[in-house]
Design a protein around this ligand. Sequence first.
Ligand code: BJW
Ligand code: ZN
Length: 247
Amino acid sequence: MLMKMENILSVAYAISNADYMIAVTGAGISKESNVPTFRGEDGLWRNYDAMDLATPDAFRRNPALVWEWYTWRQRLIAECEPNPAHFTLASWEKRGLLKALITQNVDGLHIRAGSTNVYEVHGDIWALKCTSCKYKGSLSSPAIGIPTCPLCSNNLRPDVVWFGESLDRAALSKVYNELEHADVCLVIGTSALVQPAATFPLIVKQRGGQLIEINVEPTPLSSIVDFHISGKAGKILPTLDSILDQQ
Ligand code: BJW
Ligand code: ZN
């Protein structure tokens, strides 16, 4: 774990003095739960082409292939448990330290850890929507084949946000409201490459808030954040929590 002591103490101080702290999380926070990330060394996009799997066109061209990939990920996620990073954020919400959690992850692990004010801006891997009518549903176990709509018999798809698709407008407006209120924003385990989520921390910064980044690698945000803590979220967050307890 690479952390300068004065850095981590300053971060703990910023957290305990925040009026309205929020967190923006990405795939890296679930890495220690064994959910694969997208980019980087063993990221999903190393072995799979995003354009074949995570676009509406890809689904139109080959729904069976897209579903095969999502079923594989659903099986994997079903075996995963939240890790100490998820649990620390949930406990901070309960203590009133963390007001909102904005995640790009579709694995549901924040909610399973006990966080409640969670915005899953890229959707939920267990949620379904019809490609033709307004039907929405959810799966309680990994899909088998291509699920079809109980109302119109057309193909159902995972209710996640693919490249080229807009994020849910109502949810996004609540997210922007949270960003407007935040004076401290934790940015955890995201490569900060995918829009519009990559811009969320910048909104907080532009309004004078502080950014605290926790990541194993530098990102495009690292040069503008107030604090960059280099290390695994599952180690750094509990360490910060134990410092808060001593304050
Ligand atoms: C650790 C760690 C540990 C590891 N502890 N850290 C050109 C320029 C600008 C924008 C665009 C452009 N062309 C197209 C766009 C728009 C596009 C976009 O941003 N593309 C860029 C990639 C170029 N965005 C969109 O299309 C979005 N919609 C949109 O913009 O609508 C308006 C619009 C419409 C039409 C045209 C143009 C605009 C939608 C984006 C949807 C993203 N969907 C995915 C997959 C679907 C969900 C799923 O199946 O899971 O969402 S892609 C994938 O990336 C997934 C993630 O949520 C998302 C972000 O990834 P994340 O979370 O940052 O993960 P990684 O893997 O990238 O990074 C992990 C990080 O963790 C790394 O930094 C590690 O170092 C770190 N880490 N272990 C701490 N233990
Ligand atoms: Zn339908």
